[in-house]
Write a protein that binds this ligand. Structure first.
Ligand code: SF4
Length: 252
């Protein structure tokens, strides 16, 4: 009980100053008298403060961890990942690549055949189209950062299943926090669903910026869709012009 009285006194002094009239003796007396209302209020305030301090400490630990978590740390933590069944069919983990301080990040669905073989994202036909889009924006591929929702190729390029996305998405979220891009472009429905946890249709959501973890997220079509539907290229270009405007690209 002495510890409790010390705790209460220390709390009251921090609120009212060292010369406050709530002495330890006063607290003990009130407690013995059964002045439960006053004493339990102090006890509750102490509890609230301690929880607030512990929460604040936890937040600052988390933000320190996020600030010091580099892409190398995240890749090392991923290791030879076996967190979902895609590990059984992949050849390579395709972590992502590009500028670790990129202002612009592209997020696709998952590696395809070429990506799986080469260990690099967006290197097949859809990747070549993405390169052209990036160049048309006045950037080089290595200026941006490119990653996928899942890091291992789903068999026959099927869409990743919800449990595969759930297993892999923490890696993506850490990548986003480490890179801290100003703009994220979600390429296609899987990226949009993973990032926003919504079943918003890409056809409706594309082209409109959404606030996402303090950044601007713009959904647009996946380059693989553009290969099947070339007329949609003009929509993507319209979207990329909005990204360019935010990043101040293409100005004389
Ligand atoms: S897809 Fe992601 S979670 Fe699944 S095995 Fe590959 S790296 Fe691990």
């Amino acid at each position: 009980m002495t510890e409790k009285f010390d705790q209460w006194k220390e709390y009251l002094e921090s609120v009212y100053g060292a010369n406050c009239f709530f002495t330890k003796d006063w607290l003990r007396r009130e407690h013995e008298r059964g002045n439960t209302r006053q004493v339990s209020r102090i006890d509750r305030d102490v509890d609230v403060r301690e929880r607030a301090v512990s929460h604040a400490n936890k937040l600052s630990e988390d933000s320190r961890a996020a600030a010091t978590s580099s892409l190398e740390d995240i890749r090392a933590d991923l290791g030879d990942c076996k967190r979902c069944k895609l590990c059984g069919t992949r050849k390579t983990i395709v972590f992502g690549e590009g500028n670790p301080r990129a202002r612009l990040m592209f997020i696709g669905e998952g590696p395809g055949e070429q990506e799986d073989l080469q260990g690099r994202p967006f290197v097949g036909r859809a990747g070549q189209l993405l390169d052209k889009i990036i160049e048309a924006m006045g950037l080089k591929r290595e200026d941006a950062y490119i990653a996928n929702v899942v890091k291992c190729r789903p068999p026959a390029n099927r869409r990743p299943e919800p449990e595969e996305v759930a297993a892999c998405e923490p890696v993506l979220f850490r990548q986003i926090d480490a890179i801290a891009p100003e703009v994220i472009v979600a390429l296609g429905a899987t990226a949009l669903e993973c990032l926003l946890k919504s079943d918003a249709k890409i056809t409706k959501a594309r082209g409109t910026f959404i606030d996402y973890r303090g950044r601007k997220l713009l959904p647009t079509y996946h380059p693989a869709y553009l290969l099947r539907n070339p007329p949609a290229k003009k929509d993507v270009w319209e979207d990329m012009r909005k990204v360019m405007a935010v990043l101040g690209l293409g100005k004389e």
